[in-house]
Write a protein that binds this ligand. Structure first.
Ligand code: SF4
Length: 422
């Protein structure tokens, strides 16, 4: 049943998974409504349903767990185009994690459709109970049956103000029912009750979808409010945010010969991200294109802090770094985080604090006592040292950046300058 919107018949789900039916009949419904692939933006959530992205010819955006409706809402507000269709795919777990996002989108009656893949448990993570698991349904965390009833999602949506909500049993051809939701102007949601053969079917043998819905009080139906679709007030429109960003003009010369990827890795609270930003802005001040990305643990303030910086004299279209050309390491935490990538470096340069054990690598190893200026300033010292050692940008560009950002008093610059020339 491949369609113009799906590029394969063979979807990547377990045999018999209800997600297969929803994906195929959503695309079938879209075609019945004459949508072309590039008129459709499908936002997926975390969960088994989300592995559909690669099978779709439509635009796709993959969201964080429970946040895909917020992403869809942002697209709806920004796009606000009557001929485009925004559809959010989400599971029952994601729908209850991000329930507030759904209620707000319904309250604003944003022009979008949410397809809830309600297989009554978290499939991808091992069959745990979700907020939509019906009373008595067995899961891996409610082995004797869920002692609570699941939320009445459609009822909640109606009270929040959605134009249209429906609950459908995921059996047979559901494309006409999905087309009603998709064809709604304003906010609509279709909750499709389906089964996960991987967990739900094994734990609840012989139970049928209709009987589960009936006995749990979550029967199929429609919940309708007659509302106009949300119109974004013209006065609320903002200009392109890039226009508000201060322009960094070229004032210095660079000597970069080829695109260079830099990994700066140290400890949280030791100024790694700030040092990376100073390096990035000094490089822009030298006429280079730059990208910067930060990584740190969920609990900010402990463990490692790392920044990836790309430098190029051309536009940069991909900001990721697999293997760095330059690794700058200022602490134990930073080394532990970057060790594997340093080991894989076949060339380039490892600039590392003298106190640290040197990992095995084919990169040139350059040692320096960066921490002697103080742990919080070691990263700035290290990026200044990188500038001095490689000559890619001048240290003047770095000092000018510190000056422009009003940061010169935040660092012991006399001490760092002294250390640099020793
Ligand atoms: S684990 Fe369950 S939800 Fe995930 S693909 Fe398999 S059957 Fe579908």
């Amino acid at each position: 049943m491949s369609t113009n919107l799906l590029n394969t018949d063979s979807l990547p789900y377990c045999k018999g998974c209800g997600h297969d039916l929803i994906a195929k009949h959503t695309t079938k419904a879209l075609e019945k409504l004459n949508y072309k692939a590039l008129d459709v933006i499908i936002v997926t959530d975390i969960g088994c349903h989300g592995i559909i992205d690669k099978c779709l010819n439509t635009h796709t955006v993959h969201g964080l767990h429970g946040r895909s409706v917020a992403l869809g809402a942002g697209i709806a507000l920004g796009l606000n185009h009557p001929d485009k269709k925004i559809i959010v795919f989400i599971g029952d777990g994601g729908a209850t994690i991000g329930l507030q996002h759904i209620l707000e989108a319904a309250r604003l009656n944003l022009n979008m459709t949410v397809m809830v893949h309600n297989n009554m448990l978290y499939g991808m993570t091992g069959g745990q109970t979700s907020g939509l698991t019906p009373y008595g349904f067995r899961t891996t965390t409610s082995y004797d049956g869920n002692p609570f009833g699941g939320y009445d999602l459609c009822g909640l949506l109606q009270s929040a103000g959605s134009s249209y909500a429906c609950r459908i049993l995921g059996i047979g051809d559901i494309s006409d029912k999905l087309a009603v939701a998709i064809g709604t102007k304003g906010f609509s949601l279709a909750e499709v009750i389906e089964i996960c053969p991987g967990f739900g079917m094994k734990l609840n043998p012989k139970r049928k979808l209709g009987e589960i819905a009936e006995s749990s009080g979550r029967k199929p139906g429609e919940w309708i409010n007659r509302r106009d679709k949300f119109e974004m007030p013209v006065t609320k429109k903002t200009n392109n945010l890039f226009e508000r960003a201060p322009l960094i003009k070229k004032e210095f010369t660079h000597y970069l010969k080829q695109k260079t990827t830099i990994l700066i890795s140290g400890s949280a609270g030791e100024g790694i991200q700030l040092a990376a930003t100073i390096l990035s802005k000094a490089s822009m001040r030298s006429g280079l294109s730059v990208t910067q990305k930060g990584s740190y643990p969920v609990t900010v303030g402990v463990g490692f802090s790392a920044a990836e910086v790309n430098l190029s004299d051309k536009h940069i279209f991909f900001h990721g770094i697999t293997q760095p050309d330059i690794a700058i390491i200022t602490s134990e935490d930073g080394l532990a985080y970057a060790k594997q990538r340093i080991k894989q470096m076949q060339n380039g340069m490892l600039i590392i604090d003298t106190s640290l054990e040197k990992p095995i690598t084919k990169a040139e190893i350059v040692e320096r006592d960066f921490r002697m200026v103080g742990a919080k300033y070691a990263a700035l010292y290290a990026i200044l040292y990188y500038a001095l050692k490689t000559g890619v940008i001048s240290t003047e560009a770095v000092f000018k950046t510190l000056d422009q950002e009003g940061l010169q008093d935040k660092f012991p610059l006399a001490l760092i300058k002294d250390a640099l020339v020793k």
